[in-house]
Design a protein around this ligand. Structure first.
Ligand SMILES: [Zn+2]
Length: 543
């Protein structure tokens, strides 16, 4: 018995002792039989495939199985093969002579030669499995012939296809239409395409369309598998390569920390347009860095861009964590907007954020709470388009302040930007004096303090995790002209429908303490009896 065969016996014993453990690689440099990392041991069938090929057993230096242990992933060694009329015919004959090792079907038409190429000192012959002329997914075999004309490596094997379980009733155009609808496609970069393939799961094949959608919105190079009979979505992947870079930022703002270099996640192409943020500079050309390094001193005109990219990704991740996915596309944010512009805003028409450098204010792009506040407006707008006046506008501002403060875990909003005016903060959600209705002055930011402070009170009572979800979920129950009383209803309904109403007593208590309760909104509320009286009165006087 060769050393390699002894190894296989050892391995088979390990399998029977503990099916859940991967192989332990032996100390020898050669003759290593193993599955990929974290995988299961090779199946009995896969090991039998190796055992049945005596010459492969003898000459193999290494056999690797796929991670699930079901089949061979690669065989390395030195294997002579017989001369034929062409090199391809000879390689094909070698594969067919070891058909059980590579799961080759008996029908030879299923083994399709898909081309050869040279590189790295060897010639590579590629094969693909086809059933009824439809390629089978993940069925590539590559045979490498070294420069001394021996086979040195075989990568891949065929999947086992017991049956094809569906038929084709859709054409390519229908599959593309389904894929684009499933994606919620708003804008494509180039036309979508579709091709048939056989998708194999648990030894059962299904004919699918592999649809490619190069989308600007939602951003990605999407690949969807659509069942050719039912139109069901089988799988979805984004092939676009995102990478992490790094950039300069203040993690909070210049009064709280020194600038640091932080990770800039999900970059795409050497600019600060990534998966969830698209940063523009209104004063100079946008920053460019081939290797994803956006590190600048604070006086550099690009510093705000790197910081804004960092902040927008942080606030995106925060909302994502709350289950919100309606802004999963690059949010446009413009820094150094205008000249010494003293504000920041969310543009409803553009779905974009703008930040001025400030004149009376300090630079509005350099404080986390300003960015978080504007982004929260954008998120809220995806749920309900609140009017920007009256109590609806105050709820809008209060909610934006709440999310900003909660994410930065600090009730103070706008501390840095107003420091230039010797003020301690722009707004502070822990202030006690804002009370309904006497604090109403008719200005959305001022009146928004009542709602923002109320939500912060809820956070103090319920904890950030519960309050954040409650506030977000309440937005779904609001209409564009919502009042604080509608806001109370919305919080109660969100709690009732997501937490079985277990926080309703606290919600009522906290809001009543700020004056938001039915008693203070009597002029809006009528009982059924009152309404019947009004109708009766009207009918008497209109006749
Ligand atoms: Zn605002």
């Amino acid at each position: 018995m060769t050393r390699f065969m002894q190894l296989i016996v050892f391995v088979a014993l390990c399998c029977s002792l503990s099916a859940a453990q991967a192989f332990v690689a032996p100390e020898e440099k050669h003759n290593v039989l193993r599955s990929d990392d974290n995988g299961r041991p090779a199946s009995t069938r896969a090991i039998e495939g190796v055992m049945s090929s005596a010459d492969i057993l003898e000459k193999a230096e290494q056999v690797i199985f796929t991670a699930d242990g079901s089949r061979v992933s690669s065989v390395r060694g030195r294997f002579a093969f017989e001369r034929r009329e062409s090199s391809e015919a000879a390689v094909r004959a070698f594969l067919l002579a070891h058909r059980s090792l590579f799961n080759l079907p008996d029908d030879r038409s299923m083994l399709e030669f898909s081309g050869d190429r040279s590189g790295g000192g060897s010639r590579q012959f590629n094969y693909q499995m086809r059933i009824c002329d439809i390629p089978v997914e993940a069925s590539e075999i590559a045979v490498y012939v070294g420069n001394d004309n021996e086979i040195v490596l075989i990568n891949g094997s065929f999947p086992i296809v017991g049956e094809i379980a569906n038929s084709i009733s859709l054409d390519a155009a229908a599959a593309i239409a389904i894929a684009e609808k499933q994606l919620g496609l708003q804008k494509r970069r180039v036309n979508s395409s579709a091709e048939r393939l056989i998708h194999v799961e648990e030894n059962v094949g299904r004919v699918c369309y592999r649809v490619h959608v190069a989308a600007a919105q939602p951003l990605g190079d999407w690949e969807l598998l659509i069942d050719a009979e039912s139109g069901a979505e089988v799988s979805r992947r984004n092939l676009m390569r995102f990478y992490d870079g790094k950039g300069s930022t203040y993690v909070s703002h210049p009064l709280k920390c020194e600038p640091t270099v932080e990770t800039l996640p999900d970059l795409i192409d050497g600019t600060l347009k990534g998966r969830y943020a698209d940063i523009h500079n209104d004063e100079t050309a946008n920053a460019v860095s081939e290797d994803g390094t956006f590190v600048y001193p604070t006086h550099n005109l690009h510093f705000n861009e790197a910081m804004m990219y960092y902040l927008v990704n942080r606030v995106h991740a925060y909302f994502s964590g709350l289950g919100f996915d309606r802004l999963d596309s690059p949010m446009k944010a413009v820094v150094r907007y205008d000249v010494l512009y003293d504000n920041a805003f969310f543009s409803v028409l553009e779905n974009a954020l703008y930040f001025g450098d400030g004149y009376k204010f300090n630079d509005l792009a350099r404080e986390e709470s300003v960015c978080f506040h504007e982004y929260a407006h954008a998120a809220r707008h995806q749920i309900v388009k609140l009017k920007y006046e009256g109590e609806a506008g105050a709820i809008d501002e209060g909610v934006a302040d709440y999310f900003s403060a909660s994410l930065s875990d600090d009730p103070i909003v706008g501390e840095f930007i107003v420091a230039k005016m010797n003020k301690p903060w722009l707004r502070n959600l822990s202030e006690a004096q804002h009370h309904y209705p006497e604090s109403i002055v008719g200005q959305v930011h001022e009146d928004g303090k009542i709602w923002g402070c109320t939500l912060w009170d809820l956070r103090v009572r319920l904890g950030a995790a519960t309050a954040d979800r409650l506030v977000l979920n309440s937005l779904y129950y609001l209409s564009p002209d919502a009042t604080f009383l509608h806001g109370l209803n919305a919080l109660l309904l969100a709690d009732e429908n997501t937490s079985a109403g277990k926080n309703s007593a606290v919600i009522r208590e906290v809001l009543a303490a700020r004056g938001i309760c039915e008693e203070n909104s009597r002029r809006y509320i009528f009982s059924g009896r009152q309404i019947r009286q009004i109708i009766h009165f009207e009918s008497l006087h209109n006749n």
